[in-house]
Ligand binder design. Structure first.
Ligand SMILES: NC(=O)c1ccc[n+]([C@@H]2O[C@H](COP(=O)([O-])OP(=O)(O)OC[C@H]3O[C@@H](n4cnc5c(N)ncnc54)[C@H](O)[C@@H]3O)[C@@H](O)[C@H]2O)c1
Ligand SMILES: CC(C)[C@H](C(=O)O)[C@@H](O)C(=O)O
Ligand SMILES: [Mg+2]
Length: 353
């Protein structure tokens, strides 16, 4: 198999976790006889520095012409006061590629369940997926304006936008435990009232799936109280952003959660849910797992390489079981050491075959 992957390493720890991803893709390619054509493109803060904009046209074209896109993270203090920040490039890319469905699996690995700040008995059976709407809502709606005295953000959703993301969640639930939790603020917000109405209408076409509604404040509480009750969670853009960072602590670290973003047609984008972590950037401390799980999602969904994706996940499990962990999980392994162990584990299986 041959595939073109555009690699947007971005800023902060982005290049460090991207280096891990490339090593793992290289060994998977060698082991299974695939050729992954990896193309780097400038994106985020580094693109502002070199091209004066976070999403240069050449980067967008490279993404559009690839089979999949891998992204590290963008942003950092250096660019925080600019009128056009690196994050604007990320929103622009999501919009330009139509990546409306952001899939964020939350899985508690048994080897690290005891490292979650929550009690082990609360987190041990957790396995759910946040389906976050990614190209609408308050991130994009107009008007959006600011003067020194007044600032406005607008939260708009159309029936069409809600329908397609909720349908995506129901289809996903069919492959899982057949439960959808739709999260909104329908006791206050008009956009949420429409969201709930549409979720009910879509749900009527899926009699095999249980649909429940939760208000977002109660959902934030339930995620801590009994996270194992969730299977597929579907919600709007901003709620999904906040709840998924919260959910990462159920798993044990923000450095563990991957994501995939899909459009109706065209390449999908895979990225950790975390940011550029300026506080640890350049120190070889970043947990590469959110990125490596993003690679396994890419292998599975964009290249239909199920065995290879399973192999990456198996190798990660073996390295965790052997006791290697990065600092965010109270371990001492560096990014490069952890990656090396995963690569050795993958290569070792080849030798045994
Ligand atoms: N997709 C993206 O590109 C993305 C996502 C979120 C934030 N950001 C940007 O990143 C910058 C920093 O944001 P922030 O500090 O609020 O969030 P962050 O996710 O970068 O970091 C939050 C905390 O989690 C830790 N952390 C994150 N990823 C880790 C990893 N892989 N291993 C170990 N520890 C990890 C960091 O050290 C930090 O203490 C901002 O500019 C923000 O806009 C980008
Ligand atoms: C960097 C930022 C724009 C982004 C978001 O809010 O979507 C990030 O937090 C994420 O979760 O991918
Ligand atoms: Mg976020």
């Amino acid at each position: 198999m041959e595939g073109k992957i555009t690699c947007l390493q971005g800023d902060g720890i982005g290049p460090e976790v991207m280096a891990s991803a490339k090593q793992v893709l290289c060994v998977i390619g060698e082991k299974y006889g695939h050729t992954f054509h990896l193309h780097d493109a400038d994106f985020g803060g580094i693109a502002i520095d070199t091209h004066g904009e976070p999403l240069p046209e050449a980067t967008l074209q490279a993404c559009l012409s690839s089979d999949a896109i891998l992204l590290g993270a963008v942003g950092g203090p250096k660019w925080d006061t600019l009128a056009v920040r690196p994050e604007a490039g990320l929103l622009g890319l999501r919009k330009a590629l139509g990546l409306f469905a952001n899939i964020r699996p939350v899985y508690v690995h048994p080897a690290v369940a005891h490292l979650s700040p929550l009690k082990e008995e609360i987190v041990q059976d957790v396995d759910f997926v946040v389906v976050r709407e990614l190209t609408g809502g308050i991130y994009f709606s107009e008007p959006k304006e600011r003067t020194s005295e007044h600032a406005t953000d607008t939260l708009t959703y159309t029936r069409e936008e809600i329908t397609r993301i909720v349908q995506h969640a129901f289809e996903l639930a069919r492959t899982r435990r057949k439960k959808v939790t739709s999260i909104d603020k329908a006791n206050v917000m008009e956009s949420s009232k429409l969201w709930r109405e549409v979720a009910n209408e879509v749900g009527a076409n899926y009699p095999d799936i249980v649909l429940e509604h939760l208000l977002v404040d109660a959902a934030a509480m339930e995620l801590i109280r009994r996270p194992s009750r969730f299977d597929v969670v579907v919600t709007e853009n901003l709620f999904g952003d906040i709840l998924s960072d919260e959910a990462s602590m159920i798993a044990g670290s923000l450095g563990l959660l991957p994501s995939a973003s899909h459009s109706l047609e065209g390449p999908s984008l895979y990225e950790p849910i975390h940011g550029s972590a300026p506080d640890i950037a350049g120190e070889n401390k970043a947990n590469p797992l959110a990125m490596l799980y993003s690679v396994s999602m890419m292998l599975r969904h964009s290249f239909l390489l199920e065995e290879e994706a399973n192999d990456v996940e198996r190798a990660i499990s073996a390295v965790l079981a052997a006791g290697y962990r990065t600092g965010d999980l109270r371990g001492e392994a560096t990014t490069t050491l952890f990656t090396e162990k995963v690569v050795q584990e993958l290569a070792g299986v080849k030798e045994g075959v």
